[in-house]
Every structure is written in structure tokens, then in C-alpha cells.
Design a protein around this ligand. Structure first.
Ligand code: ADP
Ligand code: MG
Length: 690
């Protein structure tokens, strides 16, 4: 079934593995022989053939053989030992910056050597720094396979990895485990053959294809890994839905929903209506809903959330609405208290800043069930927050929470009896990625903006033209428009961000003495923040200098110009969110990305994507291409999306097959599913155990 018995054989079975090495291997997650087999090389070296010096290419790694003609100490900027070596097709310099006396004596003219190293261009032809070399006293055999280079940091050297892995391959040969993937998917390699190939590729293996991750042996493993990952999410979903949730009938909320919609100055878009309907159907089922709503900035997700909340509240259940930042939670509190007050629904508020007596009172109102809707930050997670009848949990902007918080939330929903879960995100997740990362959720997309939204024209300006940008702000404000000036810092520290924003505000106040300039950052007290925002909204401030705290939830239609300083420091999703603060009124809006030179190649491409499009989905796809899935999902640190073999978007083309195969396997023997999940996610499958 599994890799024979290899998942039961500890690495200590292998020759040369004592307790010390075993402990070091464990740091790499390698405890069993099976783990070693999946510790795959990063790249390869070709030591299977000798290259003529005359045919070498700069940058390549090569084995050469030749005779030393001269050897001497060179006194340049750094003292070095140089040996000129010739093979009939050309001459090459070996250069050593560190060397021993014995080494120097060994490199006498007339000695024949075999050398390996990276070829670089020096002042007089090709050179190799610190080559590996051996004297050719007698003929040396060539390697029969390419040399694997394993991922390693400290402790374990390449030779050690090679020895261990070749021993593991022998065990693999003996065990000859059966394949877990169904046959007939156009995959030429069996699991055993693929592992064998990748640990010891033949001399004619296509190196470029291997480096690109596109070799059929790699595709075979990537496919299996993605299938395993998909299965683990499907299992998570199945477990979550294995217990009942309250069925919340649609009709009981009809009156409240009509009252809410009648109180609004607009009617919902077609897309909003569709998504509201999808959620309503889910909530009426006696199974926990697990739904992700994706909608671009300003697409009106809040109203969708409100309608869902009413369905739960109308049936006598409580709703928790959680936001990632205080400002956004505040914004929701403001919206919902206006909307729900008229409907006689009690609202409660809980954030990290609510302390002492008020916190106690809030907790009591939540526990007694008086509060129908509870809005807050992650403070809602805390142990002592106990709901009376929690029916629905809504998470806004879950992108920022990351998958782990989402799971912590499921746990909360579970602890409190089963609750339905609704996740809202303004960071569209590329379809490919959501298939992999969110296979446990159903997805709804609000693919339409309310009428009258203007696309924002985005320009890139380098920071040497900062003064022109300041003039542009002055012009816009003179015409009665308002502007944001956003300061970014890499540091996560609120204090440093606040300092930077303060300094910028000072400079701008001096440069623009006729304008009223406001300042908002994370260090202000909530009341101060609210006062500044209100003044800006009322038009009393023309220019608002801000940190990225304004990223979400701020709505000032008259603001039509945004300057973002050092946009190269931010992710595309974040830039898109920021930019979504303008273009909300009738007139044309602009966004100036004031970047710092020099900009890296990727940096240029990323900012160009912002100029090219206002479409969050397009931008998310570009972000995925340019930065990879870990960054896009914000889970880089958690390691959840780091695959061993699979790479996105390189292996995107496998994803349709992945779904097909996973669905097929789910119908079959559950032991095969367990085996696959265990093999590929190992201890990381913990998240599947929620
Ligand atoms: P987001 O999806 O970014 O959370 P919001 O829910 O904050 O968007 O909505 C953005 C703005 O659009 C709010 O001022 C909201 O009142 C308004 N809005 C929502 N739906 C509509 C609609 N159908 N027509 C017009 N305006 C709408
Ligand atoms: Mg929102």
C-alpha cells in the first residue's frame, strides 16, 4: 500500500546514521527512510563528462582536465594562488584566495588535474575560483549519473545527503511499493521510477527541463503532491460538515431584509443579489456553511454580510463579525449600527482596547444572548468570550488572517456548537490558487461594481519628480477635490510608521501652506482617528497624510487623487486595496505611484500591472506569477503552502487533473487517501484534524 515499509523504517537503520545525525535530520523533517526519498535535489551538476576548455561557457559548471603550465602567487587586490592549466583546446586559470603550503606544492607545472567548478570570465580568459580538483596520477572514472545538490543549510553536507539518499534508493528498489495514483492520466513515470530519476538522473537528462521543474518525473510527483493536498482539504471539509448546524430558514428573515433594503439609498446589484441568494440557500441547510465571498474593493460585500446576518438573527441565533483591524471593525460598527438600529437588533462591540468593566459588560451581554450581532477584532477569539447561540461567523478580509486563523475560527465555531462560516475577501484569489488553497470552501464571486464607479488612472513617477507630484496635489485641491498621501514603511512597527507619516505631513504642510493637511496613523487614539477621518469626510481637510491604516474600509467619494510613496514595498493586493479608496465619486480619479529608484525588474513589472488594470482578479494573477503563492496567500511564514515538489504557477496545468483524480480517490478506499495525505503533508496534515 504505502512505500512498502519505508514509512516505518527510521533513518537510524541506515549506515552512518547515529543519534547525532538522526537529530540533525529530524530538523529537516526527515525521520524515516521515506522522508529521505522525498528530500529532493534542488539542482544537479554534470560530472559525467569532460568539457574541452575551448568550448566552455561563462557561468556554467564544468569538469575539465589538463596540465598545469605555470603556478604562482599573484599579488593583485587580493593575494591569490593561480595555476594556468591547458588541455590542447585552450587555457584556463584556477584561482585560490585561501590555500595551504601543501596545496601550493601540489600544484607544480607538469601536474595533470581534473577540476570541477563554475566558469567565470577573468581578465585573461576563463577562470575557476576554488575548484574541486584531483591529480590525475592514474585514470579516474567519471560519474555515471548527474550529481544531485540537496537543499541543506547547516550540519549536513552534500556528500552525506548523497550517501543517505542512495542508501534510501536501495531500500526503495527492494520494497517496490505500488502506486497510489490511478493509472491512465498520461503520466509516464511510476512513483518509484520518478524518485529514482530525480535522485540519480542519467547523464543525458535534460538539465534545463529539470531546473524549470517541468520534467515528467517532477510532474508525476507534483501531481501526487497536489492531489494529496487537495484531499487533505476535502477531508477537512468533510469533517467540518460531519456534524449538524442550525438550519436557518430563508422566509423568516424576509421582513427584516426588506426593511433593511428599503432603508438604503440604492438597490443591490445583480451580483450582490445572486451571492445573497447563494448564502441564503446554504444557511437553510442543516449543515455548516463554509463559503468564501470574493468581491473587489467597493463591490458591496458589507451588504451581503448584513443580509446573511439577518437570516441568522431572525431565527434567534447570534452572529459574530470579525475584522482584521480596529479601523475596519469600527467602520463596520458604524455601518451596522445605522442599519440595524432601525430593526431593533442589539449590537455589541469587542476589541483589544475594550478593557476592565466595559469588557466584562460586553462579555455578559454576549453570553446572555442579548447581543444579536457582535462586531470586533480577533479579540472575539479569546477564551472567555462565550456566545449564547452562535449561528454564523463572518470574517471580513480573511486574507490578512491567513489559513491558520481561519482554522482557529472554525474551532471557535465548533466549540460554540456548530456555526455557519462566511468569509469575505477583497483580495481575489486566482482560480488556480483557490482550487489548491481553498478546496475546503465554496466560493461566491461578486463580479460587478455598483453603478457609477470610475476606473482609476494610475501613473508611475520616480521619486526625483516628487516636487511635480506636490504641485499636482495643490492643483487638484484648488479645484475642490481631496487627496490621500500614503506613506509606507517595510517595518511593521506602528511607531516607526507613525514617525514617517508625521515627518511627511510636516514637509507637505510647509510645501502647501494654503491647504489643510490632516494626519492619520495607527498610533492615534480611536477617538482622534475618528475625528480626523470625520473631518476629511466632511471636506474640512483637503489632504490626508496616512499610513496604510486607511487600506480598508475608508469611504470618501470626493477624494479623487492618491499618492502612494514607495509602492514597491507593498504587495499588489495591498496596493489595489489602497487604490480602491479613490474612484468612488463621479469624477475622474488618479493614483500616483511615487517609487524609489532603482527598481528591480520584478518591481517594475509589478507596478506596471497596477498601471495596466483596475481588475483585482487580473492583479492577483500577476502577483501570483511574479511572487508565488506563499506571498499571495500571506502564508509564507506558516509554510502551509510550501510544497516539496509542486510549484505554482509552473504546475498550474496539472490542476484540472488534480481535481479529477482527487474526486476519484475520494470515492475509493479511504486508506489510500490517508496514505497519500500522510506521505505528502506528514505532520503538516495537523490542520486537517480540526
Ligand atoms: P467592500 O466590498 O469593499 O466591502 P462596501 O460594502 O464597503 O464594499 O461598499 C462600498 C460602498 O458602496 C459603500 O458606501 C456601500 O454603501 C456602497 N454600496 C454597496 N452596494 C451598493 C449598491 N448596490 N449600489 C450603490 N452603492 C452600493
Ligand atoms: Mg469591506
Amino acid at each position: 500500500m504505502c512505500l512498502g515499509v519505508l514509512d516505518h523504517l527510521p533513518v537510524s537503520q541506515l549506515r552512518g546514521v547515529g543519534p547525532r545525525l538522526a537529530a540533525q535530520l529530524a530538523d529537516y523533517g526527515v525521520t524515516h527512510i521515506e522522508d529521505l526519498l522525498f528530500h529532493l535535489p534542488l539542482r544537479y551538476q554534470d560530472r559525467t563528462r569532460i568539457s574541452p576548455i575551448g568550448a566552455l561557457q561563462e557561468g556554467s559548471e564544468a569538469t575539465i582536465e589538463g596540465e598545469i603550465r605555470v603556478a604562482d602567487i599573484a599579488f593583485g587586490r587580493r593575494r591569490s594562488l593561480v595555476a594556468r592549466i591547458q588541455d590542447g583546446s585552450g587555457t584556463l586559470t584556477l584561482r585560490f584566495f585561501h590555500f595551504s603550503a601543501a596545496q601550493k606544492n601540489g600544484l607544480q607545472p607538469g601536474t595533470r588535474l581534473r577540476c570541477f567548478g563554475q566558469v567565470r570570465r577573468g581578465s585573461s580568459g576563463f577562470e575557476i575560483f576554488h575548484p574541486e580538483y584531483r591529480a590525475l596520477d592514474e585514470p579516474l572514472p567519471m560519474d555515471e549519473t548527474l550529481t544531485p545538490i540537496y537543499p541543506t543549510t547547516t550540519g549536513i553536507g552534500q556528500n552525506q545527503w548523497r550517501k543517505l539518499c542512495s542508501q534510501a534508493l536501495l531500500y526503495l528498489e527492494k520494497a517496490q511499493p505500488a502506486d497510489l495514483l490511478p493509472t491512465g492520466h498520461g503520466i509516464g513515470f511510476s512513483l518509484v521510477a520518478a524518485l529514482h530519476y530525480l535522485h540519480a538522473p542519467p547523464p543525458d537528462a535534460p538539465l534545463a527541463q529539470l531546473v524549470a521543474g517541468e520534467h515528467p518525473a517532477q510532474l508525476r510527483l507534483a501531481l501526487e503532491e497536489l492531489v494529496a493536498h487537495n484531499l487533505s482539504l476535502l477531508r477537512l471539509r468533510a469533517r467540518q460538515q460531519s456534524v449538524p448546524a442550525p438550519s436557518l430558514p430563508i422566509h423568516s428573515a424576509a421582513g427584516l431584509q426588506r426593511a433593511l433594503l428599503n432603508s438604503l439609498p440604492f438597490s443591490p446589484t445583480g451580483a450582490q443579489q445572486r451571492v445573497i441568494g447563494e448564502i441564503a440557500t446554504d444557511l437553510a441547510r442543516p449543515l455548516p456553511m463554509l463559503r468564501l465571498v470574493q468581491g473587489d474593493v467597493g463591490s458591496g460585500k458589507t451588504l451581503v454580510a448584513a443580509c446573511a446576518a439577518l437570516q441568522a438573527i431572525a431565527s434567534g441565533y447570534q452572529v459574530a463579525l470579525m475584522a482584521p483591524t480596529e479601523i475596519l471593525a469600527e467602520q463596520h460598527r458604524h455601518n451596522f449600527s445605522t442599519w440595524f438600529e432601525a430593526l431593533d437588533i442589539e449590537l455589541e462591540w469587542l476589541s483589544g482596547r475594550v478593557k476592565g468593566k466595559s469588557r466584562q459588560a460586553a462579555i455578559e451581554r454576549i453570553a446572555s444572548g442579548v447581543a444579536g450581532l457582535v462586531i470586533g477584532t480577533h479579540a472575539l477569539f479569546q477564551q472567555d468570550v462565550v456566545f449564547n447561540r452562535l449561528g454564523l461567523v463572518i470574517v471580513d478580509e480573511q486574507h490578512k488572517f491567513g489559513v491558520h486563523q481561519r482554522l482557529a475560527l472554525s474551532q471557535k465555531a465548533l466549540d460554540q456548537g456548530r456555526a455557519h462560516q462566511l468569509v469575505l475577501t477583497a483580495t481575489p484569489i486566482p482560480r488556480t490558487l483557490s482550487m489548491v488553497a481553498y478546496a475546503d470552501l465554496d466560493c461566491s464571486v461578486i463580479d460587478e461594481l455598483p453603478p457609477g464607479r470610475q476606473p482609476v488612472t494610475t501613473v508611475l513617477v520616480d521619486s526625483s519628480r516628487r516636487e511635480q507630484v506636490v504641485t499636482r496635489v495643490a492643483d487638484a485641491c484648488a479645484r475642490g477635490r481631496q487627496a490621500y498621501w500614503v506613506c509606507t514603511l517595510i517595518e511593521e512597527s506602528d511607531a516607526l510608521q507613525a514617525q514617517a507619516a508625521e515627518a511627511t505631513a510636516e514637509v507637505l504642510r510647509e510645501a502647501l501652506p494654503d491647504l489643510r493637511v490632516g494626519l492619520v496613523h495607527g498610533r492615534l487614539k480611536p477617538a482622534e482617528k475618528a475625528a480626523v477621518m470625520a473631518a476629511f469626510k466632511a471636506g474640512e481637510l483637503a489632504l490626508l497624510v496616512a499610513t496604510t491604516v486607511i487600506e480598508v474600509g475608508v469611504d470618501v467619494p470626493n477624494a479623487s487623487l492618491m499618492i502612494i510613496e514607495n509602492p514597491e514595498r507593498l504587495g499588489l493586493a495591498q496596493l489595489h486595496q489602497l487604490r480602491g479608496r479613490v474612484g468612488r465619486g463621479g469624477g475622474a480619479s488618479h493614483c500616483v505611484l511615487l517609487y524609489q529608484t532603482p527598481l528591480s525588474h520584478t518591481g517594475k513589472q509589478r507596478l506596471a500591472a497596477m498601471r495596466e488594470s483596475n481588475d483585482g482578479f487580473y492583479i492577483a494573477e500577476r502577483d501570483l506569477e511574479l511572487r508565488g503563492p506563499g506571498e499571495v496567500l500571506g502564508t509564507r511564514q506558516t509554510g502551509l503552502m510550501t510544497f516539496r515538489v509542486a510549484e505554482l504557477p509552473t504546475h498550474n496545468h496539472l490542476l484540472d487533473q488534480v481535481q479529477e483524480i482527487a474526486a476519484k480517490l475520494q470515492q475509493g478506499d479511504p486508506r489510500v487517501v490517508d496514505e497519500l495525505i500522510q506521505r505528502w503533508t506528514g505532520s503538516r496534515a495537523r490542520f486537517g484534524d480540526v
